[in-house]
Write a protein that binds this ligand. Structure first.
Ligand code: MG
Ligand code: MG
Length: 252
């Protein structure tokens, strides 16, 4: 069941989104070779706590950390570790969620560690971010929800990449994951009508090789089945009367 949000609820989610954006911005500023993914987790936890919010992911189905840190062929849900140092050339996915007054915000970025990515990594990350922008642009009152995934897929596959199918975006609100599912592929013009008050996390996961994935023995880390590079971007987006508002926008 899709739970549409009132303006008051969207206001709380706007604040959750701002705090998430602040944590993501801080991580993007400070990440450098030699840091561990646990260092990054602690920095995000500090930003969230300093704003009086709570982390969304810690304890979610037993997830042990504040953020997800996924490197290279890891797609999503990587667990921060004191043993995992980031090194130059890594493609690092940072996924952050927080709860403010009972409502969640959820956002992810892919960044290069050390500033000299391969041409392939640079293209993958750029295209994945563009696919998120296309997905957001397709989320309009009066459109159908599947227009979002279709737009994402057009951009990603148009550049020769593949969209992960086993994981999707989602409604967000009092729960981190609500209806509807927001796939990153599919035919346009299907699914629920997009209405004001709908709030969804759109989160393309794009791979250089196959879209297929598998889960490591830690039961969390999702990796590409063929070991190819993967990128991920995510924003929490509210549908308004005449368009959308990106609640997790950075630089706001
Ligand atoms: Mg997320
Ligand atoms: Mg999400």
């Amino acid at each position: 069941m899709i739970i549409l949000k009132s303006p008051e609820e969207v206001a709380r989610m706007r604040q959750a989104g701002r705090i998430v954006a602040a944590a993501v911005e801080r991580l993007m500023e400070v990440v450098e070779p030699g840091m561990t993914t646990e260092d990054l987790d602690r920095i995000a936890a500090d930003v969230i706590a300093a704003h009086g919010a709570l982390p969304s992911f810690k304890g979610y189905r037993g997830f042990p950390a504040t953020i997800c840190t996924s490197l290279n062929d890891e797609v999503v849900h990587g667990i921060p570790s004191p043993k995992r140092k980031v090194i130059p050339g890594d493609v690092l996915k940072l996924d952050v969620g927080c709860i403010w007054e009972g409502y969640h915000g959820d956002s992810a970025v892919s960044v290069f560690v050390g500033g000299s990515p391969s041409a392939e990594a640079e293209k993958l990350v750029r295209v994945t971010e563009e696919s998120l922008e296309a997905g957001i642009a397709a989320l309009r009152p009066g459109h159908r929800l599947s227009d979002v995934g279709h737009a994402v897929q057009q951009v990603a596959e148009g550049a020769g990449f593949s969209c992960v199918r086993e994981y999707a975006g989602h409604g967000v609100g009092r729960a981190l994951h609500e209806d509807p599912q927001v796939p990153n592929s599919g035919e346009p013009g299907r699914g629920p009508l997009v209405k004001p008050g709908l709030v969804v996390a759109i989160e393309p996961m794009v791979n250089v090789g196959t879209w297929r994935t598998r889960v490591l023995r830690d039961h969390w880390t999702v990796v590409t089945a063929d070991g190819s590079l993967s990128a991920h971007f995510e924003h929490t987006v509210a549908v308004t009367d005449d368009g959308t508002e990106v609640l997790t926008a950075r630089g706001a």
